[in-house]
Design a protein around this ligand. Structure first.
Ligand code: FAD
Ligand code: MLT
Ligand code: ZN
Length: 480
């Protein structure tokens, strides 16, 4: 057994689960916290894309940090490997077992602990679903500093563990800036309280950053405190078409300069994405059906003065058309039109999966070069697969999706290692926001120096000497 997507062997140092283990877990979590039901286990063994599949026989549902601590302390002593799981929407095979790892789901830890509405600071458990947190803070006059297409399922703990970027990054920046504090449970069961809500705190090493983006390999995140910016009353969304990639770049520069403080999203997609979305997403309409152009850009503005913001956006669009950067465009007239624009952009992942097999690359590349890899990939593959380019252009983050009806090693051989070598040659990142997971654990050297990877290995061994947390993921086996 094991995932079809890895060649790594099961590490024989890990114990196999026994009925005594199950009895112990029942003694600390009760029967409801210990899931062996085949249907539920099957769901938890497979990732969102249906690409990575493990063979775990046990799903644990702790309700508190103390329960997480007891689970990990026991697994550490027994050498039982563990995979922490949030909403299971990760895209790199990090959230599901590779072999028979015990799945520790945070779904039962979904309480809001407090909200400080003077400073806009939310404190909650790690298993809260992002969309529920958004609804909660919006009722308090704030918004979450991140938003992504998986909001209805992903957990804030999963977002933090992947350091998710998403659609608001251009405005509010990384979770490394927005997360003020967190609590994590280490492999030996130690509960590490770093749950500060202070804006400023320069007392020693800022350890929380180790857990932001380490994909469950250093500890299980159990609580978090996060800054929530004010919810501003005026939002506008425009959907635009551009003839070429150079115009998209110039439009980005113009948007930064002319929309300035109200710019809240700048997303781009090529016409292959639009075609795909129209083929596979129900109920969406192409906002610019007559347009024959190659690129589309979604711009969102958010500000505090409705008429000022609208006038500013309209003037910007007019100037962009006069300058020839934009060939056509439409500003949403109501919420339903705005959500149709967003549905197209956010639905690209869902539409991609419907084709069958999807090879996903999530690259940071200097904006001038960002689309070159899409074109090179198209000519390498010569029509054997569909190649899409889209992403968070404002953050220099390209999503390169290569789609075919089924997984095919000949196609993969055309893509890898070329895509990683190309990105490395640009001094780009082979994972801008999705993480390394299982997919790219052995590829880290394309983006990080040998010395940096060695130090990461040392940190991993210090915090998790028996390597029970999320094995085979994030780091290459050679440094462990
Ligand atoms: P999971 O998928 O369950 O886990 C992800 C990783 O974190 C795994 O390694 C897991 O072991 C670990 N983990 C989860 N919870 C914890 C915890 N409490 N403690 C320790 N480790 C934990 N990502 C972006 O960055 N930007 C996007 O715009 C974006 N859009 C997406 C859109 C769609 C439709 C989908 C399906 C995914 C998207 N993603 C995006 C991928 C992204 O990584 C996840 O959606 C999200 O951040 C993962 O959260 P999750 O709770 O589902 O975590
Ligand atoms: C996105 O920006 O849509 C996501 O990161 C998800 C994806 O690329 O599939
Ligand atoms: Zn993304």
């Amino acid at each position: 057994f094991g995932s079809a997507a890895t060649q790594i062997q099961r590490n024989p140092a890990y114990s196999e689960l026994t009925s005594d283990d199950v009895s112990y877990f029942k003694s600390i979590l009760g029967d409801n916290g210990v899931i062996q039901d085949e249907d539920r286990i099957t769901v938890a063994n497979v990732d969102w894309m249906g690409k990575y599949r493990g063979a775990s026989q046990l799903l644990l549902l702790p309700k508190s940090s103390v329960e997480v601590s007891k689970i990990l302390s026991y697994c550490n002593t027994r050498r039982l490997a563990v995979v922490p799981q949030g909403g299971n929407t990760g895209l790199v095979g990090g959230s599901v077992p590779v072999y028979d790892e015990v799945i520790v789901s945070l779904a039962g830890m979904n309480k809001i602990i407090s909200f400080d509405n003077v400073n806009g600071i939310l404190t909650c458990e790690a298993g809260c679903v992002l969309e529920n947190l958004s609804t909660f803070v919006e009722n308090e006059g704030c918004i979450m500093p991140l938003d992504l297409g998986a909001k209805g399922s992903c957990h804030i703990g999963g977002n933090i563990s992947t350091n998710a970027g998403g659609l608001r990054f251009i405005r509010y920046g990384s979770l490394h800036g927005n997360v003020l504090g967190l609590e994590a449970v280490l492999a030996d069961g130690t509960i590490l309280d770093m749950l500060t809500t202070l804006r400023k705190d320069n007392t020693g090493y800022d350890l929380k950053h180790l857990f932001i983006g380490s994909e469950g390999s250093l500890g299980v995140v159990t609580k978090i405190s996060v800054l929530t910016p004010a919810k501003l009353p005026s939002t506008n969304v425009a959907f635009l078409s551009c003839n070429d990639y150079t115009s998209c770049q110039k439009l980005l520069l113009a948007a930064r300069r002319n929309l300035g403080e109200i710019l809240s999203a700048f997303e781009f997609m090529d016409n292959n994405c639009i075609d795909l979305a129209m083929r596979h997403l129900e109920g969406v309409q192409n906002p610019l059906p007559a347009s024959q152009t190659k690129f589309y850009v979604l711009i969102e503005t958010t500000g505090s003065d409705e008429s000022y913001d609208k006038t500013k956006l309209e003037a910007f669009l007019l100037r962009s058309m006069e300058d020839g950067l934009v060939t056509d465009g439409v500003i949403a007239q109501d919420i339903s039109q705005a959500s149709n624009f967003w549905r197209i952009r956010e639905g690209i992942s869902e539409a991609s999966v419907k084709v069958g097999a999807v090879h996903k690359y999530d690259l940071s590349i200097p904006v001038e070069k960002l689309y070159d890899i899409v074109e090179e990939m198209r000519s390498r593959l010569g029509g054997k697969a569909e190649v899409l380019g889209y992403g968070h252009l404002g953050d220099g983050n390209l999503h390169l999706n290569i789609l075919s009806s089924k997984y095919d090693n000949n196609i993969l051989a055309q893509i890898e290692p070329f895509v990683y070598e190309w990105t490395s040659a640009q001094r780009g990142s082979i994972s801008a926001e999705h993480g390394l997971g299982l997919m790219k654990a052995e590829k880290i050297h394309f983006s990080k120096s040998p010395e940096a990877v060695q130090l990461m290995g040392s940190i991993k061994k210090l915090l998790d000497p028996n390597l029970i947390l999320n094995p085979y993921k994030v780091l290459p086996q050679s440094v462990l």
